[in-house]
Design a binder for this molecule. Structure first.
Ligand code: UDP
Ligand code: MG
Length: 138
């Protein structure tokens, strides 16, 4: 099934100047880019995006990190996009992520892990629409 998924190049990757390297890997893996922009989250926007984690011990630090600098949300489409993209980025903890995955290559630690990927087709749809309005999506 053709699915949509949301990637976010996180503030640590933007800071490291690896936006281009990461986008190249995503394109080479066969994903079609439907939308891409450089933007920055407000505290309330970051809180809303990660609402599902609001009771986790890492929530406040996560919100601080995700609002610490610019990010690059990317709307992606592909057959089996959600699962394939999670494979491309690897484990949440870069130290546990398989060699050659984006988090293994560019991540710093379990918080500053370079990139976001939606975890289900439903969340893929929802998260794409969190960042992109219908008229922005090709
Ligand atoms: N995170 C963290 N500490 C943890 C787990 C997660 O700081 O122990 C951060 C990390 O940036 C992660 C995000 O919270 O990407 C969302 O966590 P989730 O469990 O959804 O991991 P993901 O789906 O991003 O792999
Ligand atoms: Mg997640």
């Amino acid at each position: 099934m053709v699915q949509r998924t949301l990637a976010i190049i996180k503030p640590d990757s933007v800071e490291k100047k690896v936006i281009g390297d990461i986008v190249k890997r995503i394109e080479e893996a066969g994903f079609k880019i439907l939308g891409l922009k450089l933007t920055r989250l407000t505290e309330n926007q970051a809180k809303a995006f990660y609402e599902i984690h609001k009771d986790k011990p890492f929530y406040n630090d996560l919100v601080k990190y995700m609002t610490s600098g610019p990010i690059v949300p990317i709307a992606l489409e592909k057959e089996n996009a959600v699962e394939d993209f999670r494979k491309l980025i690897g484990n949440t903890d870069p130290a546990k992520a398989e060699k050659g995955t984006i988090r293994n290559i560019y991540g710093t630690n379990i918080e500053r892990n370079a990139i976001h990927g939606s975890d289900s087709p439903e969340n893929g749809e929802k998260e794409v629409l969190f960042f992109f309005s219908l008229c922005e999506l090709l």
